[in-house]
Design a protein around this ligand. Structure first.
Ligand code: ADP
Ligand code: MG
Length: 682
C-alpha cells in the first residue's frame, strides 16, 4: 500500500496535465473536490418536464432523421409512457445517427426548452441503455479540469485514490468531539459521492458537515504551517540590538532631542514594541501599520538609528523612486546633522554614481542606505546589515518574503510599513507569522478632509473653485493612471496642464509625471513646496509620500478608475495642515456598481481601516493581497467571510496539536501542504 505523500503518477502526458491541475499525490486527488453536482439519480416522465429546468428522461427513439431547414441538424423524436419530445443536435456524427436509430432505448439529460419543434432538448447528453443501465444512486460530481482531461478520468483516479490510500484521521478524537466534526474519510466520501438524499443546497453552499470538516482542516493546516514558519524563524540568527532606553549620547537619543515635535502616544508605543523585537537574537518580522500621515517615517528613522548605534547598517526601501526620494530628503535632513552617512541608490543614478554607492555600502562606510526595492534587492551587498525597513504603502507583508542576503549566517531584522491595515481575518490567517504594530492616532493639528463627488459635467465650476482656492491655499489636480498606455496617461496630464494653465492664467500651474527626469521632478516639487506653483497637475506619482502641508484642495479626475486604496492614499496628500481640506472626486457616468460603491465609501469614510475592509469585500482576498506577486497560497475551500468562527477554532487547535500532538501535525501538513510549503516560507 503506498504511503501518504508519495507521487501517485509517472510522467506520462496525461499525468503532466493532471500535475498542472495540482494532482500528483493520492491526497491531491482526494482533496480535488467537486465544484458542483449533477443529479442523475432520477428520471422525469416527459409529461412532467418543466421548460427551463435540467432533467433526465428515459425514452425510446421513435424516429430519427437529418433535416436541412432551417439548417442542417439531427432530429430524434422520442417517447416514454407519458408523452413525446424532440431531441435536437446541430453538431453530430453520422455514427450517432446510426447508433440512436428508431427503436433504440436511451437516457437523455439536458435543459428542457419550448422551441420551434415544440418541447425539446438541444444537445442533451445521451447514454444508450443496455442490459444493466441502472440509475446511479449518488449525485454525480463535476470537477474542475482542463482540455484533454475528461471528467470520467478524474472520477476514476479519485476512486482509485480512495482504494489505495489508507485515510488515517490526523485530528485527535477529542477535537472532533468538541467541534462536532465528521471523520475525514466520511467527509471526503460524502463530497465525492453524495448520497441522493443529501440536500443539494447544503453541498452547493458548503454548509454540509462534510464541507465544514474540510474547511476546518484547510484552515488548520494553514495555521500549522504559519506557526512552523514562526518557529523556524525563531531558530535563525539576527544581531541583538539591545537597549530599551537609549543610553546618553546615542543617535537615538540625540535624534529624539532635535526632532521638532513630540512622538504621539501611539508612536511611543510602537517604538517600544519594535525595540522589544530588536533585542532578540532572532530576526524581527514586524509590520508597522498606520494610516496615511500617521507618522511612520519617524519610527523608521528611529529603528535605523538603533541599528546604527550598534554599528550595523540599516536600509530603507521604497516601492517607487519618487517615494524613495521623499524619504531620502526627509531622513537626510534629520540625520545628516547627527553625522550619519546616508547613501542614496536608485535606478536614475548615473552608472558611475551607482558604482560609487555600491562601493560605500559594501565597505560599510555608508550607515544608512535609502533607495528602491528592486535595486537594493538585486544589486547590493552590505558590509553588515542589521535592519531592513520596507515601505510598502498600500500592500503589506509581501516583502516579508524578500530575500535579503545573509552574511555569516546572520539575517537582518525586517520592519515593513504599510498604510493599509490588515483586516482582522487576514491578520489571523495569511499573516499569522507577522507581528503587527499599529499607529492608531494622527499627529495633533490635522483637520478632517471633506470629500465631494461630482460629475465631469461640472468641471467648469470645479475650475472656478480651484481659482478661488489658490489665493489662500494650493491645489493638486490628479489625472488618472492608465495602465495600458503610459503615452495616453502622459497625454492626459499634458492636456489638463495646458487647459488649466490657460483658463487659470496668470495663476502659476505646474506639472509632474512619472516620465520626467528626476532633477526636473525635484525642481517642480521644490517650487510647489515653496508656494510659487499654486496648482500642481500630477499623475499618480504623487500618490505616495508627498508631504506639502499648505496644499489643501485635491481634485481627482475620473476618480471612478481608481481603486479604493489608491484614492485613500491620494486623498491623504491633503489634510496635512491646519486649513480645512477638501477632496473632489470627479467621475463620468455611467458608473459600474463597484465604482459607485467605491466613491460612496470615499465620501462617507476617512478611516483607513474601514476603507480597507470595504476594499477587501469588493475585490476578494486574491486580488486584494496581490496574491500572484506574493506567492501566497490562497484558501481553496474556506471563505474567510463565512467561516470566521473556524479561523479562531483552527488557531486554538493548531496551538494544541503543536504542543501535545506532534505526529498529528506532520500528518495534517502532509495531506494539505505536501510539496507546497514553500509558498508559506517566511
Ligand atoms: P506616513 O505615516 O504617511 O508615512 P509621515 O511619516 O510622512 O506619515 O508623517 C506625516 C507628517 O507628520 C510628516 O510631516 C511628519 O514629519 C509629521 N509628524 C510625524 N510625527 C509627528 C508628531 N508626533 N507630531 C507632529 N508631526 C508629526
Ligand atoms: Mg510614508
Amino acid at each position: 500500500m503506498p504511503t501518504a505523500g508519495k507521487p501517485a503518477l509517472n510522467a506520462s502526458p496525461i499525468n503532466l496535465k493532471l500535475a498542472k491541475l495540482g494532482l500528483r499525490r493520492q491526497e491531491d486527488f482526494l482533496l480535488h473536490l467537486p465544484i458542483r453536482y449533477e443529479d442523475e439519480t432520477t428520471v422525469t416522465p416527459i409529461a412532467d418536464l418543466i421548460p427551463g429546468e435540467q432533467a433526465q428522461i428515459e425514452v425510446e427513439v421513435v424516429h430519427s432523421e437529418v433535416t436541412y431547414r432551417p439548417r442542417r441538424q439531427m432530429i430524434l423524436r422520442v417517447q416514454d409512457h407519458s408523452g413525446e419530445l424532440v431531441l435536437r443536435f446541430i453538431n453530430f456524427y453520422g455514427s450517432q445517427l446510426k447508433a440512436w436509430g428508431a427503436g433504440s432505448h436511451i437516457r437523455a439529460r439536458g435543459e428542457v426548452r419550448g422551441g420551434f419543434f415544440g418541447t425539446e432538448m438541444v444537445h442533451p447528453q445521451i447514454k444508450k441503455l443496455g442490459e444493466q443501465s441502472s440509475l446511479p444512486t449518488t449525485l454525480t460530481p463535476v470537477y474542475s479540469t482542463m482540455a484533454g482531461v475528461p471528467q470520467t478520468l478524474i472520477r476514476r483516479a479519485i476512486d482509485k485514490a480512495f482504494s489505495r490510500l489508507e485515510i488515517e484521521d490526523y485530528l485527535p478524537p477529542e477535537w472532533m468531539k468538541r467541534l462536532e466534526l465528521w471523520p475525514l474519510r466520511q467527509s471526503l466520501e460524502t463530497l465525492h459521492h453524495p448520497p441522493q438524499e443529501i440536500k443539494a443546497l447544503s453541498l452547493q453552499d458548503r454548509s454540509h458537515p462534510a464541507w465544514q470538516r474540510i474547511k476546518f482542516d484547510e484552515l488548520l493546516a494553514q495555521q500549522l504551517s504559519l506557526r512552523k514558519a514562526t518557529q523556524a524563524r525563531r531558530a535563525r540568527v539576527a544581531p541583538i540590538l539591545q537597549g530599551s532606553t537609549a543610553p546618553a549620547g546615542s543617535f537615538v537619543k540625540k535624534f529624539l532631542q532635535i526632532l521638532p515635535f513630540e512622538l504621539t502616544t501611539a508612536q511611543q508605543r510602537v517604538w517600544k514594541e519594535i525595540l522589544g523585537d530588536l533585542k532578540q537574537a532572532y530576526p524581527m518580522h514586524r509590520l508597522l501599520q498606520g494610516d496615511v500621515g500617521s507618522g511612520k517615517t519617524v519610527i523608521a528613522a528611529l529603528a535605523c538609528l538603533q541599528a546604527i548605534d550598534h554599528n550595523y547598517q540599516a536600509v530603507l526601501m521604497a516601492p517607487t523612486e519618487i517615494l524613495a526620494e521623499q524619504h531620502f530628503r526627509k531622513i537626510a535632513d534629520w540625520l545628516t546633522p547627527l553625522g550619519i552617512r546616508v547613501a542614496w541608490l536608485t535606478g536614475s543614478l548615473k552608472k558611475s554614481e551607482k558604482t560609487k554607492a555600491q562601493q560605500v555600502i559594501a565597505e560599510g562606510s555608508a550607515q544608512l542606505i535609502i533607495g528602491t526595492h528592486a535595486l537594493i534587492q538585486e544589486k547590493v551587498s552590505f558590509a553588515q546589515l542589521g535592519l531592513a525597513v520596507i515601505d510598502e504603502q498600500h500592500r503589506f507583508g509581501v516583502s516579508q518574503r524578500l530575500h535579503l542576503r545573509k552574511q555569516g549566517g546572520v539575517e537582518p531584522h525586517i520592519l515593513t510599513m504599510s498604510a493599509t491595515p490588515i483586516p482582522r481575518t487576514l491578520a489571523m490567517t495569511y499573516f499569522a507569522d507577522l507581528e503587527v504594530s499599529v499607529i492608531d492616532e494622527l499627529p495633533p493639528g490635522r483637520s478632517p478632509i471633506l470629500t465631494k463627488v461630482v460629475t465631469h459635467s461640472r468641471k467648469a465650476e470645479v475650475i472656478e473653485r480651484v481659482r478661488a482656492w489658490t489665493y489662500t491655499g494650493q491645489v493638486y489636480w490628479v489625472v488618472p493612471l492608465i495602465e495600458e498606455s503610459e503615452t495616453l496617461e502622459l497625454q492626459n496630464a499634458l492636456d489638463a496642464y495646458a487647459e488649466l494653465t490657460s483658463v487659470l492664467a496668470p495663476i502659476p500651474v505646474g506639472l509632474i509625471h512619472g516620465r520626467m527626469p528626476a532633477a526636473e521632478k525635484q525642481a517642480v516639487m521644490d517650487a510647489f513646496i515653496g508656494g510659487t506653483i499654486r496648482v500642481l497637475v500630477a499623475t499618480t506619482v504623487i500618490e505616495v509620500g508627498v508631504d506639502v502641508p499648505s496644499a489643501s484642495l485635491m481634485i481627482i479626475e475620473h476618480a471612478e478608475r481608481f481603486g479604493l486604496a489608491q484614492l485613500h492614499q491620494l486623498r491623504g496628500r491633503v489634510g496635512r495642515g491646519t486649513a480645512q481640506s477638501v477632496c473632489v472626486l470627479m467621475y463620468s457616468p455611467p458608473l459600474s456598481q463597484t465604482a459607485r460603491e467605491r466613491l460612496k465609501t470615499m465620501r462617507l469614510s476617512s478611516d483607513g481601516f474601514e476603507i480597507s475592509r470595504k476594499d477587501l469585500q469588493l475585490r476578494g482576498p486574491g486580488e486584494f493581497l496581490g496574491a500572484r506577486q506574493s506567492g501566497l497560497a490562497l484558501l481553496r475551500f474556506a471563505d474567510l467571510d463565512i467561516d470566521t468562527k473556524w479561523v479562531e477554532l483552527a488557531r486554538q487547535c493548531a496551538q494544541d496539536l503543536l504542543t501535545h500532538h506532534a505526529s498529528h501535525v506532520e500528518a495534517c501538513l502532509k495531506w494539505w501542504m505536501g510539496g507546497r510549503e514553500e509558498y508559506l516560507k517566511a
